[in-house]
Ligand binder design. Structure first.
Ligand code: NAD
Length: 287
């Protein structure tokens, strides 16, 4: 199936980046939808800031930036956002009730041929499919942070997702300049988070138990495993609330061994969520 128009739901950390990649690399017309004008404004400001960085590095011309921005349409009304879309990419908060309700609503407003993909980090694609009357057209399309720079997209097959849907979404990801992996069974955490999140949780435990200092935990993993940044800094980038939410899903969906450590829970209780609140393991207000 040919995809011409895309709608991205959620103009937050991930949604703005996915929207930009779709318009910038894929050349798609994209509607960007959020629930309040200030969230849309914030998302558009992040897109403009990112495009300016590409331009200042000589990777985009002024005309190209203008063209990309022309293809992006911020929209508040859900029906208007999705009514002409061939592909909808949902990037709203990681909350199963909210996502189920949104999928139900989107199913009513979108054309019958439209594919609905979720950028969820851990929620069941099969369950999201069941919230609609088109489970064969629902799949996971999991980008990584920041979507503008990270190469990988995990494409996830729900229990009823059709081969045609998977093929179309793989094609779109490739047109957006991404590398893909196929997750053949819908299992919490997919591939990357099933391996990453327990590692971040253990880093939080080492810090909480006072076994090593923040900088030594991050240095150990950077130099010992060749990660580009340490696990505590990465937790700050992702948001400790998001990390906690994923440990909960892994615990409930796979095995109690994935349970969140007290250190991780404490960060969330203290609202030390990382970059988004200005403070986490690191102080981001000065950077
Ligand atoms: P975020 O909180 O930064 O952004 C979510 C946005 O969705 C907010 O602007 C919010 O106002 C908006 N929103 C809420 N309800 C909405 C609705 N009904 N319609 C449209 N917009 C709505 O969250 P995020 O970090 O961008 O995460 C979004 C999704 O991406 C989650 O499922 C998360 O698990 C996943 N994800 C996050 C990361 C990450 O590193 N943060 C990486 C990969 C995937």
């Amino acid at each position: 199936m040919e995809i011409r128009k895309i709608a991205v739901l959620g103009a937050g950390l991930m949604g703005h980046g996915i929207c930009q990649v779709a318009a910038q690399n894929g050349g798609y017309e994209v509607n960007l939808r959020d629930v309040e004008q200030r969230f849309l404004d914030n998302g558009m400001a992040m897109i403009k800031g990112s495009l300016q960085k590409f331009q200042s590095k000589g990777k985009l011309t002024e005309e190209q930036v203008a063209g990309i921005l022309n293809r992006i349409h911020p929209v508040l009304d859900l029906k208007k956002a999705v009514s002409e879309a061939d592909l909808i990419i949902e990037a709203i908060p990681e909350n199963v009730e909210l996502k189920n309700a949104t999928f139900k609503e989107v199913d009513k407003s979108a054309p019958s041929h439209t594919i609905i993909a979720s950028n969820t980090s851990s929620i069941s694609i099969t369950e999201l499919g069941s919230a609609t009357n088109r489970s064969e057209k629902v799949c996971g399309m999991h980008f990584f942070n920041p979507p503008q720079l990270m190469k990988l997209v995990e494409v996830i097959k729900g229990a009823k997702t059709s081969e045609e849907t998977i093929k179309t979404v793989l094609d779109v990801a490739h047109i957006m300049g991404k590398e893909t992996v196929l997750v053949k069974k819908d299992c919490p955490g997919f591939i990357v988070n099933r391996i990453l999140i327990p590692a971040l949780n253990e880093a939080a435990a080492l810090h909480w138990e006072g076994i090593a200092d923040r900088d030594d935990i991050d240095k150990a993993i950077k130099l010992g495993l060749n990660w580009p940044m340490g696990p505590l800094m990465l937790t700050d980038y992702i948001g400790s609330d998001t990390v906690l939410a994923i440990t909960d899903v892994l615990t409930k969906g796979i095995d109690p061994k994935f349970h969140p450590t007290p250190g991780l829970k404490q960060m969330v209780k203290a609202k030390l969520l990382g970059r988004k609140t200005g403070k986490g393991y690191y102080d981001w207000t000065k950077k």
